[in-house]
Design a protein around this ligand. Structure first.
Ligand SMILES: Nc1ncnc2c1ncn2[C@@H]1O[C@H](COP(=O)(O)OP(=O)(O)OP(=O)(O)O)[C@@H](O)[C@H]1O
Ligand SMILES: [Mg+2]
Length: 303
């Protein structure tokens, strides 16, 4: 596991505190969730969803957010054109990212305007560019990636993931002010049928030192295209920025299987307890969400 034997004994006996990095290492090694490891809640399944299952205690135990440091490759440019360097995740966003170290499927389900899209777009920019900040404890890909970002319609995909990843769709001079730094935006292809919509973006990847020019590719998709348009490609990651229908979710997940890729879902629940939401929740979660919806207090005895 890459730790000294006395450290391991200290953790086992409870004489040594557990650092964030060590907790993640254990969870990864034993294939268990952080909540189960630290708080004994849940059934330890891998499919932890950071924004819903995490308890305040788990977060407190893991400690305050580590001090972020800027990636050396990100300091040179105008800050407006390098928003990735300035990204400092809120605690929920951080937990969502860290879940990626051990989970291939993550759901960030939360209220409006808490930063779901920015979290998704910042993480996607890291994978696409290979610029992981020093504080990063989430998933890392060792080379250039092929990723998708998707919403319900071509318009909503343009106005949400595309806007936050690239910049304001209607102002080309501001492309590069999204989470993908301008210096890394090599070229783009326009989508047909939607004004200012992009079909794909080629992103300079420079995570591996001086290895010459390497490129990642980000494509934009929408659920309204239907399952057929979701077939074929092999991907490192698929981001659903609104709740997808189950068939689209399954197709997107399938695209990532061969590369052991990741799927992230970021949305505010509008469809109630949909099939995709249920994939991520236990019976106890569902029962508690029903109580919340009815304005009843949570049942503290439900594990
Ligand atoms: N870590 C952060 N640091 C600074 N600002 C942030 C952070 N996270 C989110 N924000 C800001 O909060 C606002 C809402 O963020 P975002 O659009 O990502 O939220 P959302 O949860 O996707 O909202 P919606 O429910 O409308 O889709 C944006 O202006 C975003 O830039
Ligand atoms: Mg959003």
């Amino acid at each position: 596991m890459g730790m000294k034997i006395p450290t391991y004994h200290g953790h086992e006996n409870g004489t040594t505190g557990l650092r964030r990095t060590a907790a993640i290492r254990y969870a990864k090694f034993y294939n268990i969730s952080l909540d189960w490891l630290l708080m004994g809640v849940g059934d330890g399944r891998q499919k932890l969803r950071a924004a819903t299952v995490d308890s305040a205690e788990t977060e407190a135990m893991l400690g305050a957010a580590d001090t972020p440091e800027t990636h050396p490759a990100e300091t040179a440019t105008d800050p407006a054109f390098n928003r990735l360097a300035a990204y400092r995740p809120y605690p929920k966003q951080k937990l969502f990212h860290e879940g990626g170290a051990i989970h291939n499927e993550r759901l960030f389900m939360a209220a409006n305007q808490v930063g779901k899209t920015l979290a998704g777009a910042s993480e996607w920019a890291m994978h696409l560019t290979g610029h992981y900040p020093d504080w990063w404890l989430g998933r890392r890909f060792a080379g250039p990636v092929r990723m998708w970002a998707a919403g319900v319609t071509a318009q909503s995909t343009r106005d949400n993931p595309q806007r936050v990843l690239v910049g304001p769709p209607q102002q080309k001079e501001l492309w590069g002010t999204g989470t993908i730094p301008k210096a890394c935006l090599k070229e783009w292809t326009s989508a047909r049928g939607v004004a200012d919509g992009l079909d794909s973006v080629v992103v300079r990847w420079s995570g591996g030192g001086d290895t010459g020019a390497q490129y990642s590719v980000l494509s934009f998709k929408s659920y309204e295209q239907g399952r057929e348009k979701w077939q074929g490609e092999t991907l490192h990651g698929v981001w659903f920025d609104e709740e997808p229908p189950l068939d689209i979710y399954s197709e997107g997940k399938t695209r990532t299987n061969a590369l052991n890729g990741i799927v992230i879902v970021t949305f505010t629940p509008l469809l109630g307890m949909s099939d995709v939401v249920k994939l991520f929740l236990t019976e106890a979660d569902v029962a508690n969400m029903r109580r919340l919806a009815k304005g009843e207090p949570l049942n503290p005895h439900v594990p």
